[in-house]
Design a protein around this ligand. Structure first.
Ligand code: GDP
Ligand code: MG
Length: 162
């Protein structure tokens, strides 16, 4: 059996960029505007000799009707089917209500969660991730998905959940 890791978070936080970084290739679609990944897509991945499935999802938008509620639904389905969850938040926008609502959904799911604080492109800013302890989801891992910084430590943490 292969563990399944669902990557969730608000639109535009860098989920698809992180999935590409994990895969080491451009497989997940990255766009400069929110909400491009509308569905959920699984990819076979490997970290330190362990195979797992990584699931990219559309941005989760709580309480929004129409297409965005569909996106929210896909993220919830992905979480339901996953063994562990990687919650991506954005250091450049900071903690938002949407992040907090997503955390409530994740708590209900009872799945193990690791928090990645993305867009910390300069390692000298990595300490800013500590603000996300407020989410109450354990240690926030600073990363730059775009530049590949911090992703190794993050994946080490994720693998302990799978
Ligand atoms: P998603 O909607 O959560 O899947 O986000 P995407 O992966 O599509 O990325 C949204 C935007 O954020 C794109 O313009 C990315 O280039 C940008 N982005 C993603 N990761 C980083 C990062 O580590 N640093 C910076 N500066 N931008 C990033
Ligand atoms: Mg995406």
């Amino acid at each position: 059996p292969v563990g399944v890791l669902a990557v969730v978070g608000r639109p535009n936080v860098g989920k698809s960029t992180l999935v590409n970084r994990i895969l080491g290739r451009k497989a997940a679609v990255v766009e400069n505007k929110p909400g491009v990944t509308r569905d959920r897509v699984s990819y076979e991945a490997n970290w330190n000799g362990s195979d797992f499935l990584v699931v990219d999802t559309g941005g989760w938008e709580a309480g929004v009707e129409g297409i965005d509620s569909e996106v929210a639904n896909q993220a919830e389905i992905a979480v339901e089917l996953a063994d562990a969850v990687l919650l991506v938040v954005d250091a450049q926008t900071g903690l938002t209500d949407m992040d907090q609502r997503m955390v409530r959904m994740l708590r209900k799911s009872k799945k193990p969660v690791t928090v990645a604080v993305n867009k910390l492109d300069d390692v000298r800013d990595f300490a800013e991730a500590s603000d996300f302890w407020r989410l109450g989801m354990g240690e926030p891992y600073p990363i730059s998905a775009m530049h590949g910084k911090g992703v190794g430590d993050l994946l080490d943490a994720c693998m302990t959940m799978l």
